[in-house]
Design a binder for this molecule. Structure first.
Ligand code: EPU
Length: 305
């Protein structure tokens, strides 16, 4: 049965701040994607929880959006309600940092350094929010969130607030129980990380050095979604794409970056279909040449043909 009953539509339209047929492309780092049927941006966690419970009661599909990185939204958009989580508070508690899900990882890395805490410098290379980072155990320079995460607080529609240990979250390489397991559809409310006391200035100069390196090796100033593929065990997706001669391969305005083979750049006006075709062509070619199956890291969401 469709979720579009008259009473559900009336409920959605009655939500304060709701927008209909809201374009999402500009809310993603790729600059790609069709509209949300309904869209809501919320900065108070209680408000988000109420809306998610309401969706569950009415069987309205919902999608939780953070900074829109690592995401390929279909050209036909997203069914139901898209909630953009913009909660941004944080607390420094000794050597622990507790951060709201909507806070950007890069901001949290600077907050840690300002507080004289070490061990989170890798956060400066992670696009996206804290919530998104828990969702996919984000990482950079060989480090992952699970190395510092002590606990996350979440919300399961219909079941309320929960505390999740790293074991509950089943954090794996770019995945978790939120992305592919028992906690699918749950909301990350906040995360707590454990760091070490140290020299904040040293942390800042290390982050500056890492950012310079990233600038030289990744097309970070372009419209992209971050790494397109996961790295296969013991190898690099970027290296494989390059070795297969696929750099510069194009579909419409989507092109495999000449700088880094694991990036697809939207040169302006690329469609989700262009990107999906490019991903498929790269997979087919890498499989044919090296017998390796590249698994996408980017998450395809919405109404695909
Ligand atoms: N390489 C090539 N050609 C390329 C790209 C890379 O030969 O076009 C080689 C490099 O020379 C290097 C190796 O492949 O020897 C690995 O490349 P790189 O150091 O750039 O790292 P990566 O494995 O491609 C990973 C993360 C990135 C993260 C960097 C930071 C994954 C899928 N990617 O990339 O994460 O920024 O390490 O070192 O784990 C992201 O997740 O969105 C992301 C960008």
């Amino acid at each position: 049965m469709s979720w579009r009953s008259a009473s559900s539509l009336a409920w959605l339209r009655g939500l304060s701040g709701i927008r209909e047929k809201e374009p999402l492309a500009s809310r993603t780092s790729f600059g790609i994607g069709g509209p949300a049927d309904f869209f809501l941006e919320l900065g108070r966690i209680e408000g988000i929880e109420k809306v998610l419970d309401g969706c569950r009661e009415r069987a309205i599909p919902y999608f939780l959006l953070g900074a829109g990185t690592n995401l390929l939204i279909a050209d036909a958009g997203i069914e139901g309600l898209v909630v953009r989580v913009v909660t941004r508070e944080y607390h420094v508690e000794g050597t622990r940092l507790r951060a709201d899900a909507g806070l950007k990882m890069m901001r949290l890395a600077r907050i840690a350094a300002d507080a004289g805490l070490r061990g989170f410098e890798f956060g400066i290379g992670v696009p996206g929010t804290v919530g998104g980072a828990v969702y996919q155990n984000a990482g950079c320079w060989g480090k992952e969130l699970r190395e510092v995460l002590v606990e996350a607080c979440g919300f399961v529609p219909g079941a309320g607030r929960q505390r999740w240990s790293p074991a509950d979250l089943r954090l794996g390489y770019r995945t978790s129980a939120l992305r592919e397991g028992a906690l699918k559809g749950a909301l990350v409310v906040e995360a707590t990380i454990q760091l070490q006391r140290g020299d904040g200035e040293e942390a800042k100069s290390l982050m500056a050095k890492l950012t310079r390196e990233r600038n030289e090796t990744q097309p970070i100033k372009t419209k992209n979604c971050g790494s397109v593929f996961k790295n296969p065990a013991g190898d690099s997706a970027g290296r494989l794409v390059q070795a297969a001669g696929l750099k510069g391969m194009r579909e419409g305005a989507a092109v495999v970056s000449a700088m880094h083979g694991n990036f697809i750049v939207n040169e302006g006006g690329a469609t989700a279909a262009d990107v999906a075709r490019l991903i498929e062509r790269a997979r087919v070619e890498v499989r044919r040449r090296f017998n390796i199956d590249l698994e996408p890291e980017v998450e395809q969401v919405g109404r695909w043909p």
